[in-house]
Design a binder for this molecule. Structure first.
Ligand code: MEV
Length: 437
């Protein structure tokens, strides 16, 4: 296949024609499928087309809700965009479980975001330090046009410092900047500020160090925000007397014991920790996506945080102390509730309204709770029935759809599996029996 030049300049129909002609056996069928997923409302479709380059269709994910979340005494319904069958059911179960046990307590520990200008300097730290001391105020002044609006609202630059990284890489230094971006995720604000700092740094260094063709001791490599935000942190917790965990006290104690050990295992064993945290991300990503936030940034930041002590470990902790069971999570979350997709995507706006148009801090709490709830539901299943019982029940519909079951076949098979264990082969067998009867 030959490469195509200028593809992005073609219109949507031309792009689809090129694609289907070159990559599909049945061109009409492929083109029709892509078109089936267009929104009939042309304005709405155009909005989606313009989110990214080369849009040829829409890719649907289920948009569901998990009701009954008691967070700091308020009842929330949480929007979730996710394809995995059992996630929303699990979140809803956890919400119900904790609803009458004091609910979820959540708080924001800090909201500092980070960006860095990475540069090389070849004449040693002490010269650079002196230059930086003399130039710092000037660098900050240059930022005024960019930061003044954010400052009016109470945000802006919190700190700007020079860091010596030469022990890790020869001649490598940073300007490490901390930002408060309030309700915005702040990527554009942060990156614009950093690029201005980098420009200032270059210009001031040129004069200060007498740059010439052959003498340029300072070289900016790049300026970019960091998605590692260990100081943009939310915490959520549930707690109740052990005896309230289950109707039978002995069973409740045994459950609490197994639950705490399951979390402890994820603390010390990376193979388990990754899956444990994956379950947490089932909840976190689903809400982050539904609210139009950058789930890749959140994922990257959270996993780095999970490895902050040198070994990848659980994001949650559990303990029993004086007969009280406590389960908590601490996660870094750089989220926004203004700007980006949040003001553009109609379903994101709807998700935000459903959450009472939260501030970024409120959303951080909600997302942390979704992660904790998901982890609670997963561990509860793992240490009791095993995960497959609930998972396969929810997956049943996918298997039925895979075998193109009719509505009446679905009803019959679902009724059968109310009292039988769902496995892929058992579903196929029941379906076949039904069809042969
Ligand atoms: C599946 O999506 C998530 C779980 O594997 C999480 C866990 O094991 O804790 C159930």
């Amino acid at each position: 296949m030959k490469q195509i030049l200028g593809f992005s300049k073609l219109n949507k129909d031309e792009k689809i024609a090129w694609l289907t002609q070159n990559y599909f056996q049945n061109r009409e069928e492929a083109a029709q499928l892509l078109q089936n997923y267009w929104n009939p409302d042309e304005k709405l479709q155009k909005l989606h087309d313009e989110f990214t380059e080369n849009t040829i269709s829409n890719y649907y994910l289920p948009f569901g809700i998990a009701p009954n979340f008691n967070i700091n005494g308020e009842i929330y319904v949480i929007p979730m965009a996710i394809e995995e069958s059992s996630v929303i059911a699990a979140a809803s179960n956890a919400a119900k479980f904790w609803g009458d046990k004091g609910g979820f307590k959540a708080e924001v520990i800090d909201t500092r975001k980070v960006g860095q200008v990475h540069f090389l300097f070849t004449e040693g730290f002490s010269k650079l330090e002196e230059f930086f001391r003399k130039t710092k105020t000037l660098l900050l002044e240059r930022l005024q046009p960019l930061t003044k609006n954010m400052e009016k609202r109470g945000g802006g630059i919190l700190s700007l410092e020079l860091r010596d990284k030469t022990s890790a890489l020869a001649n490598y230094y940073q300007i490490h900047v901390e930002f408060e971006t309030l309700d915005a995720m702040g990527a554009n604000f942060i990156n614009s500020c950093l690029e201005e700092i980098a420009l200032g740094l270059k210009q001031e260094a040129a004069t200060y160090f007498n740059f010439s063709e052959t003498h340029q001791p300072l070289e900016v490599i790049m300026s970019i925000l960091s998605n590692y935000v260990p100081n943009c942190l939310a915490k959520a917790e549930v707690s109740c007397p052990v005896k309230d965990l289950l109707p039978n006290t002995a069973e409740a104690e045994h459950f609490a014991h197994k639950f705490v050990e399951a979390v402890n295992i994820a603390k010390v064993e990376p193979y388990r920790a990754v899956t444990h945290n994956k379950g947490i991300m089932n909840g976190i990503d689903a809400v982050v996506l539904a609210t139009g936030n950058d789930f890749r940034a959140v994922e990257a930041g959270i996993h780095a945080y999970a490895a902050r002590n040198g070994q990848y470990s659980s994001l949650t902790s559990a303990k029993v102390e004086d007969g009280q069971f406590t389960f908590s999570i601490e996660v870094p979350l750089a989220l926004g509730t203004v700007g980006g997709l949040t003001n553009l995507h109609p379903l994101v706006k709807l998700a935000m309204e459903m959450l009472g148009n939260p501030t970024a801090k409120d959303l951080m709490k909600i997302v942390a709770v979704a992660g904790l709830a998901q982890n609670f539901a997963a561990i509860k299943s793992l240490v009791t029935t095993g995960i497959q019982e609930g998972h396969m029940k929810m997956h049943l519909m996918n298997i039925l759809n895979q075998f193109k079951a009719t509505p009446s076949e679905k009803e019959t098979v679902k009724a059968h599996f109310k009292t039988h264990t769902v496995t892929h082969s058992a579903v196929v067998e029941v379906l076949e029996q039904l069809r042969n009867a």
